[in-house]
Design a protein around this ligand. Structure first.
Ligand code: UGA
Length: 429
């Protein structure tokens, strides 16, 4: 199948490379010439495991090309996927200007019978506006469908190649048949729904997962007051098949480019329709307050951060990515510096990305042992593999009293950390 992918951001590049790897003829389109030039040379402008290799391979095989020309990309395409950004507007709702601009720009080049897929995260009802815009610029028959994306950064290639399900929002029989065939090589779990439901399902998945994380964080806070260990509590209920053990480790609250934004959009929507007592508003609010509350708690525990050196391990928003959007480090490091701390920071991939975003007084170092050298406090913010198996004796030997080890991802056995000569502080234990 001939596929045009509009937007070569994170989702766009991964989706283009994966569909090309299945033998489709894919063109990636973006108005950003620098990005297209870089992709043509096989260079992914961000870090994502396995993506660079797939990009080089599919281009070498001739299945994937890149262009800045709408005419080249859209003419002849059986399927056009819109994967442009939907930044948050001032009122918290999604700003759809790029989706609409792409719709307008593609219209004159659409071929008869083309299927336009909206993959960007958009509110239910967006497709009729997209349809209206395209219709103004073309005379051909086309159809619109919604196929939301559920990939995670850090495992994006794997998630796209082997998704748990594909949700296809369409009503036209031919469109349903074509998109089912396209997705069946990725998963047998194809769920056909109306477009509005597909769009809502995307929000629902992210908001549900964000709520689940917030639940774990709230439970952790209670455990700290009564001697329970939240990890044991979660293990104790996880065998209930209705609950499960997955995806709710407590920590610093959810970050990244998706959960915070999508929860805010649903919270804004709830407010708009008068649902002001909504759980979605509460989840957003709790997540916003999570880090400031924890920092106040830590400040009391260490007797004030002023004059203390803090070693920060992990600057990205999660492991295996250099993405720093809504990363805990962006709140924690400025907070520490405002409160008089001296910060030494490290990350396997995100140091260059963090530098322009963090105060200039931060010292960046190569690894965890360097970050905690001479530090009073070590803060493990992100569970990169290399921070999960630290030589605790070496860490303790590099630090100076009171040698606090803040394990904000509960990666360590508190007893082992204490035995190494450090003062352990996890989350909810
Ligand atoms: C998320 C969803 O998981 C994807 O399914 C979705 O497609 C994507 O958003 C999107 O909308 O594009 P992603 O933002 O890449 O993916 O990252 P996650 O692995 O879901 O982590 C999000 C945040 O939650 C991170 O800050 C992470 O540290 C935090 N988290 C995750 C927890 O605090 N606890 C957990 O148990 C899991």
């Amino acid at each position: 199948m001939k596929i045009a992918c509009i937007g070569t951001g994170f989702v766009g590049v991964v989706t283009a490379a994966v569909f090309a790897s299945l033998g489709n003829e894919v063109v990636g389109l973006d108005i950003d010439e620098k990005k297209i030039d870089s992709l043509r040379h096989g260079v992914v402008p961000f870090y994502e495991p396995g993506l660079q290799e797939l990009l080089v391979k599919t281009q070498a095989e001739g299945h994937l090309t890149f262009t800045t020309s709408y005419e080249l990309a859209i003419s002849g395409a059986d399927i056009v996927m819109i994967m442009v950004g939907t930044p948050s507007a001032a009122d918290g709702t999604a700003d759809l200007k790029y989706v609409y601009a792409a719709s307008e720009a593609m219209a004159p080049y659409l071929k008869e019978g083309a299927i336009v897929i909206v993959k960007s995260t958009v509110p239910p009802g967006t497709n009729s506006k997209v349809h209206e815009i395209i219709e103004r610029g073309t005379k051909v028959f086309f159809d619109i469908a919604s196929v939301p994306e559920f990939l995670k950064e850090g495992t994006a290639v794997e998630d796209t190649l082997h998704p748990d399900r594909a949700v296809i929002g369409a009503t036209n029989e031919r469109t349903i048949a074509t998109l089912t065939k396209l997705h069946e090589s990725l998963t047998k779990n194809v769920v056909i729904v109306r477009p509005e439901s597909a769009q809502m399902a995307k929000y629902a998945a992210n908001v549900y997962l964000a709520s689940r994380i917030t639940f774990a964080n709230q439970m952790a806070d209670l455990c700290e007051l009564n001697g329970a260990d939240v990890q044991e509590v979660l293990a104790g209920i996880g065998q209930d098949k209705r609950i499960g053990t997955h995806y709710w480790y407590p920590g610093l609250g959810y970050g990244g480019s998706c959960f915070p934004k999508d929860v805010k959009e649903i919270a804004a929507y709830a407010r708009t329709v008068g649902e002001t007592e909504s759980i979605f508003i509460a989840v957003d609010d709790l997540n916003e307050k999570r880090i400031p509350r924890l920092m106040e708690k830590y400040d009391k525990l260490v007797g004030g951060f002023a004059g203390k050196t803090v070693g920060i391990l992990g600057l990205s928003f999660k492991p295996n990515t250099n993405d720093t959007r809504v990363a805990p480090s962006l709140k924690i490091v400025p907070w520490l510096i405002e409160h008089g701390a001296i910060v030494r920071a490290t990350d396997p991939k995100a140091i260059d990305e963090s530098k322009p975003l963090l105060p200039s007084s931060v010292t960046y170092v190569e690894n965890a042992y360097e970050a905690v050298r001479g530090a009073h406090i070590a803060m493990l913010l992100i569970e990169w593999d290399e921070y999960k198996k630290l030589d605790l004796g070496k860490i303790a030997a590099s630090m100076v009293a009171p040698k606090y080890f803040f394990d904000t991802r509960n990666q360590y056995d508190p007893a082992a950390v204490t035995a190494a000569g450090l003062q352990y502080k996890g989350i909810g234990r």
